[in-house]
Design a protein around this ligand. Structure first.
Ligand code: SAH
Length: 366
């Protein structure tokens, strides 16, 4: 089946759903509020649109999806009050791949619209929400139509398995992501895919943005300090299972987790080479895998089990549909039990953190 259908977070509102296991992503998203406020103020210096068109790319499903929208509406309203402008009408586009559970979002819209009017006092008929299914690695909207793009926790997903059409025999045998023992060529293959994808992403967005339009991206990156990636940890868990004969070799050989955590330099290079965007500001924030700030000297083992369980629940909501498509449902419980144990062990000796990049871009007016 096409990857565009396979990659999606766990839908619905059940115990294992992304909707119920995405509080970490919410924490990350909310950190960009100040950057978003600044970008919106900047937008208003160029123009004051009567209809503000905003798209959230990789919206997924659950409370985060509508929270982004609600925040953006609030920020624009506050900016308009400050500038003595009439608030605009909003046309908001929710984008994700075709397999995303858009229906669950649609069902939550009546409540969202009611709250907007009753609790926030917005005019009824001032906000129109649309869905735009499709890959953000390509065109999604007409030229010159969008004022603001927002994307959280999504652009580190690649458009495809970077080894597609290549053989990973010997290169990264027994692994399905970049691990510490992977040769540099594996890293290069991932990087090449990222460069190609990110360039296409920027090119597509620059055509869709109005002149002076803005884009805020939040994505996982790599910094100079070597840091374990959560995707590497899944790969290590699968490698253990292969050694114990719990999964088939061919299945691991033909699968690679399609995510890449680029460095700021790699990101900057693509932006400069593509040439349509100016970097207004960027900030890298360290976020522990369980979202809680760990103070120096704190005993990691105290509630390691609880922390690891929380991490396992959200990464399962993110990864399970993709892993099931390749390895089948039968091995999922075993995989995540092992993953959780591994996290408990790693936590005792390492600081498990994400480096989360927030970057604010403006379309250059050439
Ligand atoms: N923004 C939400 C969801 C992040 S999960 C939040 O912060 O909570 C990442 C989402 O990106 C997933 O729903 C996944 O399906 C989507 N995604 C990954 N690659 C994509 C692509 N090429 N085009 C559109 N969406 C994509």
């Amino acid at each position: 089946m096409e990857r565009e259908f396979l990659l999606h977070m766990t839908g619905g509102q059940g115990e294992r759903s992304y909707a119920n296991n995405s509080s970490l992503q919410r924490t990350m998203m909310l950190k960009a509020k100040t950057m978003l406020e600044e970008a919106i103020r900047r937008l208003y210096r160029h123009s004051s649109p009567k209809c503000m068109k905003v798209a959230d790319l990789g919206c997924s499903v659950g409370p985060n999806t509508l929270l982004v929208i609600s925040n953006i509406i609030d920020i624009v309203h506050a900016a308009c009050v400050g500038l003595n402008h009439e608030p605009p009408t909003f046309q908001l586009y929710l984008n994700d791949l075709y397999g995303n559970d858009f229906n669950t979002i649609f069902k939550s819209l009546p409540e969202f619209y009611t709250k907007l009017v009753q609790d926030k006092g917005h005019k009824s008929g001032s906000c129109f929400i649309n869905a735009t299914p499709g890959s953000f690695y390509g065109r999604l909207f007409p030229s010159n139509s969008i004022n603001l793009f927002h994307s959280a926790n999504s652009v580190h997903w690649l458009s495809q398995d970077p080894f597609l059409g290549l053989s990973k025999e010997a290169l990264n045998k027994g692994n399905c992501h970049i691990v510490t023992t992977s040769p540099p060529s594996v890293y290069k293959i991932y990087l090449k895919q990222f460069q190609k994808d990110f360039e296409l992403f920027l090119k597509s967005r620059s055509e869709e943005l109005v002149p002076g339009g803005a884009m805020i991206l939040l994505l996982l990156v790599k910094t100079e300090t070597p840091r374990r990636s959560i995707f590497e940890t899944i790969s290590l868990t699968l490698s253990d299972m292969l050694l114990e004969g719990l999964i088939e070799e061919e299945k691991l050989d033909s699968f690679n987790i399609p995510t890449y955590e680029a460095t700021m330099e790699e990101i900057r290079e693509v932006i400069q080479e593509e040439g349509s965007f100016f970097i207004e500001e960027s900030e890298i924030d360290m976020v522990p895998w369980d979202g809680r700030k760990i103070e120096d000297g704190e005993d990691f083992s105290v509630d390691g089990d609880i922390r690891a369980e929380f991490i396992t629940r959200y990464i399962r909501a993110v990864m399970e549909p993709l892993l099931v498509a390749n390895f089948g449902t039968k091995v999922m419980n075993e995989l995540f039990i092992r993953f959780q144990k591994k996290v408990v062990e790693l936590m005792k000796v390492e600081r498990l953190e994400y480096a989360n990049l927030m970057i604010s871009l403006t379309k250059t007016c050439s």
